[in-house]
Design a protein around this ligand. Sequence first.
Ligand code: ADP
Ligand code: MG
Length: 376
Amino acid sequence: MRTLDDLDVEGKRVLVRVDFNVPLDEDRHITDDARIRAALPTLRELREKGASGLVLLAHLGRPKGRDATFSLRPAAERLSELLGVEVQLAPDLDSVPDGEVVMVENVRFFGGETKNDPELAKRYAALADAYVNDAFGAAHRAHASTEGVAHLLPSAAGRLLEREVETLTGLLEDPKRPLVAVVGGAKVTDKIGVLEAFLEQADTVLIGGAMGFPFFKAQGHSVGASLCEEEGVEPASKLLGNDKLELPTDLVAGREFNADTEVRELSEVDVPDGWMGLDIGAGTAERYMAAIAAAGTVFWNGPMGAFELEPFAAGTKAVAEAMASTDATTVVGGGDSAAALAAFGLADRVDHLSTGGGASLELVEGRELPGVVALS
Ligand code: ADP
Ligand code: MG
C-alpha cells in the first residue's frame, strides 16, 4: 500500500477522502467528533508538505438523494475550528472553489457514488492532481470516492488508514500471546467470519452480548424473550466443539428492554419465559476480566450487554476497565464498543481504537478492502 511517504504533494491540489460520518443529535450538532479529529494528522501533514489546496470528500449517513438533513455543514464547521482555517463547503462538483481547504457536500448526494460509477470518479479526479484516502471506515466499500477515483490520480493512503491497516492486520499475523478475542454485540451472523478467524488464530475467544443466545439455544438451553437470532443457531452450533470458545455462565435478565424494568440475576444461562438476558453475569465478568489481564494481546468487538441501559451496563464496563488496565496490547473495533468505551471515559486508555466498524471486522477476518487494494 502506498503511503504519504510515496506521494509528492508539493504545489499540488490534493483530493482527500475522509470519514466524517459522525453522529448528530436532533439539532444536527455533532455528538462525537472523534472521526474528524482522527483525520487531522493527515490534513496537517499535507499542508505542511506544501499542498496548494485540499479538496475533501466524505459521506454522511444514508441519504436518498439530496437531503439537507444529511448535509456535511456541521462537519465542515467543526473541521474549520479544529484546523484553524476556513473550510468552504461546495454544494456540488461544478462549483468547487480554489480555497486552501474545501469540502464537497455529501458524496452520497451524487448519483453513482455507491455504484462506483466511472463517470463520477472522473469528475472527482478532475478536482485535483493527487488522491489520498484516509477514510478507513469506508475502505470496505468499492465506491466512486473510495475506489474508482484512486485509479485515476497518483494516490496513497493517509496516516489514519495506514495505522488502522497496520494494526489490524498485525493483530493476526504476529500477536504477543496469549491472544484473547472478546466478541459481543447484537448479531452472530454479522460476526461469524470474525469468530472463525479468531478461533483459528487466537488462544481464547470470549463471547458476550446477544451473540451468546444462538449458542445457548444450540446447546438446548431456554432463551426466554432474549434477542436470539434464529439464523445464527446453526452456525453457532458448528463452533461449539472448539475448546478455545468460552461462553457466559451467568446472566443478568430484565422483563423489558428499558432501564426501569424489573431486573434479575441468573446463576446459570437458562432464561425463564417472560425474561430477556441483557448482560453477562458477575461471575462471567470476573472470568473475562482475568483472561484480559493475563493476555498478551486483546481484540474487543461488541458490547457484553445492553450497556445503554444502566442496569445492564456492568458486564461491558468490566470488560472496558479490564482493557484499560491490562498490560496487554489492546485493540477495539466496532461503533458501539467504541461508544461504550467513550461513555465510561476510557477511550484513550486502549492502544488502538478503530474508527471503522465493518472495515475493522473485514480486515481481521483476513479479507482485502477494495479501498486499500486500490492504493497498492
Ligand atoms: P459493535 O457496533 O461494537 O460492533 P453491535 O452493533 O454488534 O456492536 O452491537 C451493539 C448492540 O448490541 C448494542 O446496541 C447493545 O444494546 C446490543 N446488545 C448487546 N447485548 C444485548 C443483549 N443481551 N440483548 C439485546 N441487545 C444487546
Ligand atoms: Mg454497532
